[in-house]
Design a protein around this ligand. Structure first.
Ligand code: PMP
Length: 296
C-alpha cells in the first residue's frame, strides 16, 4: 500500500509541454479519458538514474494511442527527452516513470472525434513491486475467472487504460483470497498473462511462452526471449493449455515493473524457483544496469 497519495507529493510533473508543480497536475472531471477510457499509458523503469528502453516505451505509447484512434502531438524523441528531464529533476535513481495520454473535455460523448489530446509524464522512486522476499522466493498467482478479451473485442495490442479494468477486477479478487496476483487465460482458455506482466514456463529446461495475440507483447518479454536465445536456451512461443502447468518445473513473469519475477504457486500447484529463472533474472538485472549484454 502506498503511504503518500499520488496527488499529494512534492516534485514536478510534465503536462502538455510545461513542467508544473506535482499537486497542480490536474485534469477536469469531465474528460473523455476518464468517462470512456480514452487513455493510454506506459511504465518505464529507471536504473541508476537511467531510464531503460525509454524510446521503445515512447514509441509504444504513440502506437497505443493510434490503436485508440488518436495521435500524440509529441514524437518519441521528444517524449524520451521529457522522460530524461523528469527523472533528472526528480533525482530518481531506482524508480519508475509513468507517461500517460488522454482525450480531453471538448465533449461528453462516446464519440472521441475532435477531442483534444493531452500527455503527462511523472516519475518517482520505486525500487520493487513485490517484497525482497517475494522476489527471491516467488509470488503466488490465482487463476482468474476474468479472461483477456479476443482481438475482435478489444484493442489488445494497446497499453490502453480501459483494458486494465479487467486486470483490477482479477487482481483485487486474487489479493482478497490471499494471492499476490492473478493469472488470466485468453478468450480461448489458453494461458495468457498476469495483470501487469507476461508469463513463461520452464519445461525440461526449455522456455515456453504464450503467443501474444490477445495481450501486450511486453518489451521485457521480448528482451528476455533475446537474452534466453543468447544464453543458448530454446524458446517455444505457442498456445499453452493451463493443464500444462502440471508439467512445468518453473514459472516466472516478465514486465517493466515486475522485471523477471519468480512464481512459486499457481492455485494449488507449487513450483521451485529454479536455475533457469535465476539465470534469466540475473542476466536481465545486468542488462538493465548497463553491465554488458546480460551474458554471464
Ligand atoms: N502485460 C500487461 C497487462 C502489462 O501491464 C505489462 C506491463 N507494461 C506487461 C504485460 C509487460 O510489458 P512490458 O514488459 O513492456 O512492461
Amino acid at each position: 500500500m502506498t503511504s503518500i497519495p499520488f496527488d499529494d507529493r512534492d516534485g514536478t510533473i510534465w503536462v502538455d509541454g510545461a513542467f508544473v508543480p506535482w499537486r497542480e497536475a490536474r485534469l477536469h472531471v469531465l474528460s473523455h479519458g476518464l468517462h470512456y477510457g480514452g487513455a493510454v499509458f506506459e511504465g518505464v523503469r529507471v536504473y541508476g538514474g537511467q531510464p531503460f528502453k525509454s524510446v521503445e516505451h515512447a514509441e509504444r505509447l504513440r502506437a497505443s494511442a493510434r490503436e485508440m484512434n488518436f495521435e500524440l502531438p509529441w514524437s518519441a524523441a521528444e517524449l524520451d527527452a521529457v522522460t530524461r528531464e523528469i527523472v533528472s529533476r526528480g533525482q530518481i535513481t531506482d524508480g519508475y516513470v509513468r507517461p500517460v495520454a488522454w482525450r480531453g473535455s471538448e465533449q461528453i460523448s462516446v464519440s472521441g472525434a475532435g477531442s483534444s489530446v493531452h500527455v503527462a509524464v511523472a516519475a518517482w522512486e520505486w525500487p520493487h513491486v513485490f517484497s525482497d522476499d517475494a522476489q527471491e522466493s516467488g509470488i503466488r498467482l490465482r487463476t482468474s475467472r476474468w479472461r483477456r478479451p479476443s482481438p475482435e473485442s478489444a484493442p489488445v495490442r494497446a497499453k490502453a487504460a480501459s483494458l486494465y479494468a479487467i486486470g483490477t477486477l482479477a487482481r483485487d479478487e486474487a489479493e482478497a483470497d490471499g494471492f499476490d496476483d492473478a493469472l488470466l487465460l485468453d478468450h480461448r482458455g489458453n494461458l495468457a498473462e498476469a495483470t501487469g506482466a507476461n508469463l513463461f514456463l520452464v519445461i525440461d529446461g526449455e522456455l515456453h511462452t504464450p503467443v501474444p495475440d490477445g495481450f501486450l507483447d511486453g518489451i521485457t518479454r521480448q528482451t528476455v526471449i533475446a537474452l534466453a536465445a543468447g544464453l543458448g536456451l530454446t524458446v517455444r512461443v505457442r498456445a499453452i493449455d493451463p493443464a500444462e502447468l502440471a508439467v512445468a518445473d518453473e514459472v516466472f513473469l516478465t514486465g517493466t515493473a515486475y522485471e523477471v519475477q519468480p512464481v512459486r504457486a499457481v492455485d494449488a500447484r507449487e513450483f521451485t524457483v529454479g536455475g533457469t529463472t535465476k539465470l534469466l533474472a540475473e542476466a536481465y538485472g545486468r542488462l538493465v544496469r548497463g553491465e554488458g549484454d546480460g551474458a554471464p
